[in-house]
Design a protein around this ligand. Sequence first.
Ligand SMILES: [Zn+2]
Length: 136
Amino acid sequence: MAQAECGTLAAYRRHLRAGEDIDEQCAAAVRDDANQRRQIQRSESARAVRTALDGIDSTPDVDPLDDATENLRIVIAAMSTAPANAIAGLSKRRQELVTEIQRLQSATPQLDPLDEIASRRAQRGAWHGNRVRQAR
Ligand SMILES: [Zn+2]
């Protein structure tokens, strides 16, 4: 049986089985394979995002504070299941979101919570071009 030539995954595995050192050609084959897998993963997740975006209204009802709060919730949920090597990045993102939420909250005048809900509804209505009828 012909042996796989160096520079292939099969040869790399043969080296491993035989307890041999990995030469540059075989190391390159493993790197290329890993890069290719990562690229496939990236294009698959990009496709998934595009598919998800296609299902969303082209003018989503976005409130920056609601959006940041929702993102923070997602990040916190992700942190509970994320692999150890992802925690640092998620933790940084969480900190950024907390800062952003504080900034947004201090930018909005502090209102009575019920007034605040009413005014946000009014803003959302305005974004959709609907007039909010005032109670008399
Ligand atoms: Zn080799």
